[in-house]
Design a protein around this ligand. Sequence first.
Ligand code: GTP
Ligand code: MG
Length: 546
Amino acid sequence: MASTKVPLATRMQALGEAATLSGGRSPDDVVRSAADVVRRAGERIAISGDHTVVAIAGATGSGKSATFNALTGTQLAKSGVTRPTTSEPMAVAWGAALPTELLDWLGIGRRHLIASAAGPLSNLVLVDLPDHDSTERQHRRTVDRLVPLVDMLVWIVDPQKYADAALHDGYLKPLAPYADVMVVVLNQADRLAPDQLQKAMLDLRALLDAEGLGRTPVLAMSALTGAGVPELRALLERVVRDKTMTAKRFATDVTERARALAATLGSGRLPRLDAAVEDQLNDALADAAGVPIVERGVLEAWRHRGTLATGWPVLKWLKWFKPDPLKKLRVGFPALQLPAAPGAGPDDPGTTLARTSLPKASPVQRAAMDSALRALSDQASAGLPRGWVEAVRAATRGSERLLADRLDGAIASADLGLRKGTGWWWVVDVLQWLLFAVAVVGGLWLALPVVLLFFQIHLPLPDLRFAPIPEIGLPTALVILGVGGGLLLEALSRVFVEVGARLKARAARAVLRERIARVTRTDVLEPVQAELDRLARAREAVQRAL
Ligand SMILES: Nc1nc2c(ncn2[C@@H]2O[C@H](COP(=O)(O)OP(=O)(O)OP(=O)(O)O)[C@@H](O)[C@H]2O)c(=O)[nH]1
Ligand SMILES: [Mg+2]
């Protein structure tokens, strides 16, 4: 039974929300019929909350049209012996004017007004339906179209066919939740002897009770003799007076659809993404995106650049011919890269158009990446209803094609900090050139006597001695100091360059992994979490609707 504490409008809105959230995840038919009810109820209430629409339904020949005529006191409906007789629905409205908009909404063309001042039936719209069980397929379609639209159903059965399966299995049982908004009338009571009638009534009552229609009233009536008609009319007068049928009908609709939708949302605890799976994914993605290659490149580039800057000038020119390992990979030079995509923040990894020349992920790396993504989607979809498992999978797979690009962009645009920490290189470089100059001066000095002799110039040269070791001449000492000092300085610098290279490589790895983790978060984890949040919100909305 529908809850009466929460206003129907609030429940309808909640069901609408739940249907929107479940769209494309829960089975389409369930989502659609929930959305249909919300739309239908909204339209119906907006058109007219004052009218009550009651339809007379039943098998052919049961006496629907005869009942319609008896209740309206007219002969508007054709009631006859040919089967089926009624093929189009017909409506009669009591009141000051025809509720045209409502009848248009119901799609009922044949309509009549029983003009009356405010009376016990004013604002009642009574509809005579075609049968649901003749050979005319269109009749059944008309019935099926109108059953969900009307506020109340009066089922007319006759003594021969009141237990007919077409009625009970096709309509009454499935409509059990609507027991409150239905009446079953055993017509043609005049054809039965009193004891037969009593037996038939008990039988019918038992049948309905067994079908979950215990709250549906059963009346005996004869449209021919008029017996029982006042009772049915009194029942309708009560319904019109209470004006609760429309709300009851839609409240039941909302409850039914919300239940059906809730069943597609499951009730188990929602999975939570754990850090281990996230780490595993980050590892696999970092590997596939080439982080180890860049790390190695940083190590080698720092060695290359450091030794080039601090090396002994006589030999270091040889290294100019070796390419810089990072320039080759097009990594670590954010300034050289193409500008960021429009709208992207300067620090947003992966939205830049930057590209590295890193090799593509190997099949092994791709397989590791796939299996990490699968592990994540398996964990995130464990125990979810089927359509939602698909949605979580799609969320992990959705960006897969873009992922490689975004990871590459994240690496290309990373600042690996290779400009910092090079100040001492230039100090060493200056020192190297000074030592080189000392060696050159010493060498020239040593060569001077030979040159003078060659040109037969007699110039007395002072014999200067190296003060700490007087056995060695000063020019020789200068050469030894210049060359030895340069080599020693190079060796010493090499140690510091190596330490720097390792620190830089480690720092670069940390920077890259952090950027990879950011891409993982925005491209994979957040979409997956969004699906889980969506399911949580759908469940919450459907509970509000219930
Ligand atoms: N004896 C008796 N005959 C009835 C009663 N009600 C209807 N009839 C007769 O049953 C036949 C069918 O009645 P209808 O009112 O046309 O039945 P219906 O349910 O509208 O039939 P369709 O329009 O074909 O679906 C007619 O000949 C009526 O006169 C009743 O209470 N007693
Ligand atoms: Mg009829």
